[in-house]
Design a protein around this ligand. Structure first.
Ligand SMILES: Nc1ncnc2c1ncn2[C@@H]1O[C@H](COP(=O)(O)OP(=O)(O)O)[C@@H](O)[C@H]1O
Ligand SMILES: [Mg+2]
Length: 370
């Protein structure tokens, strides 16, 4: 393997290599190596991200900068820690302090919030857990939820605490634990939010799995929280009007606005990087189909290819699908169901009966969708 030699001597580099070589458990070695070698600049990371996440230019810039800096910092800290602490990764992780820049993403449903987090974890090579916050609003017992998340993180890391400690935790639908939203359920949203503070900050925890007790720190875990925050724009715009500020509200989102929405100030403060994602346009939806590397359309294309059928969509057909998806108002999620509806009949009929080119044009789309 190659350790980048910036700032460390050859000797040190060799020692790190030896220590890594001694490490048990392939996953731990891989994860540590990925992070030690992490050298994607914000723009390189964004370039990689662009192959998957379409649009959201400004948002992706901010996200990629935060993520790139987080893991580069961790990389440097690990390198130093590994040599200072005689190669004990556990001690090295414990002794490094990385200032956290957790990220809050605001944006309509299906615009790529979760997808960005997931893609980032793949590109960096760290484990990813996705936690739906709506379940928190249903269960009143906050402490239980926090430890559930840690268990999920540990599982995503193949049971390896050192791998888990460098992963990404994504809180989906964070707006659902805003105070107003869940007040009617007789569960204090405030309590749920406060229950997350320690974990998000970076705490030492003990996770109980059966009889085993595993200590797990969240100091280096990157937390990303996403939510639709419906009508947050009204709150921001009102404040801007009061203060005589003009411009696109997306560039002026402040902690105060999220607090006015019902988020606890302390929790908001722990997500200092804030990103506002746009509603996807018809053109974005079209681009997702043809450009995003794991788009539903490409998936169906490969599936049909496996039966010897070369699926082609005319440009008109793609525009029609994008328009229909936009009307559904569920962002890119609409694409999946629409493409499925368009192809259902042919996916049943064609395999075994036809090989060669199969072209879907605008008329086909209209016929199938009615
Ligand atoms: N900007 C985008 N670029 C490419 N694909 C996208 C984008 N936004 C959404 N998708 C697709 O739609 C799916 C749902 O998006 P997701 O990120 O879960 O939405 P949300 O913003 O509600 O979290 C993703 O898994 C992905 O396939
Ligand atoms: Mg989501």
């Amino acid at each position: 393997m190659m350790i980048p030699d910036d700032g460390i001597s050859k000797q040190k580099a060799q020692r790190i290599e030896e220590k890594i070589a001694q490490m048990r458990g392939g996953q731990e070695m891989d994860a540590v190596r990925e992070i030690i070698e992490f050298d994607k600049t914000p723009s390189v990371l964004k370039g990689d991200m662009d192959r998957f996440v379409i649009g959201q230019e400004q948002g992706k810039k901010i996200m990629c900068t935060a993520i790139s800096f987080h893991y580069r910092r961790l990389s440097q800290a690990l390198k130093k820690g590994m040599t200072d602490s005689g190669g004990d990764i556990d001690v090295a992780l414990r002794n490094t302090t990385t200032p956290k820049a957790n990220i809050m993403i605001v944006g309509p449903t299906g615009c790529g919030k979760t997808y960005t987090g997931e893609t980032a974890s793949n590109l960096v090579g760290v484990s990813f857990v996705h936690e739906d916050m709506t379940k928190f609003s249903e269960v009143g017992y906050v402490g239980q939820n926090a430890s559930d998340i840690l268990v999920d993180l540990l599982l995503a890391a193949g049971g390896n605490p050192n791998v888990a400690q460098m992963g990404i935790v994504y809180f989906d639908e964070i707006d659902k634990i805003a105070t107003e939203t869940i007040a009617y359920k007789d569960v204090s949203g405030r309590g749920v939010q406060k229950g997350l503070l320690h974990m998000v900050d970076g705490s030492e925890n003990t996770v109980h799995i059966g009889k085993e007790r595993i200590s797990l720190s969240t100091k280096h875990v990157l937390f990303i929280a996403g939510g639709a925050f419906e009508n947050l724009d009204t709150i921001v715009k009102k404040r801007m009007a009061r203060q005589g500020i003009e411009g696109n509200w997306r560039h002026y989102l402040m902690a105060d606005d999220l607090v006015a929405f019902g988020m606890e100030r302390q929790l908001v403060g722990r997500f200092p990087v804030r990103v506002v994602y746009d509603q996807l346009t018809t053109q974005d939806l079209k681009d997702i189909m043809t450009q995003s590397q794991d788009s539903a359309l490409l998936a169906y294309t490969y599936d049909l290819k496996a039966w010897g059928i070369d699926l082609e969509f005319t440009d008109d057909a793609l525009s029609e699908i994008a328009r229909r998806a936009e009307q559904e108002g569920t962002g890119a999620r609409g694409l999946i169901s629409i493409i499925h509806r368009v192809l259902l009949e042919d996916m049943y009929r064609l395999p075994g009966n036809y090989t060669g080119e199969f072209v879907v044009d605008q008329n086909t789309v209209r016929e199938r969708l009615g």
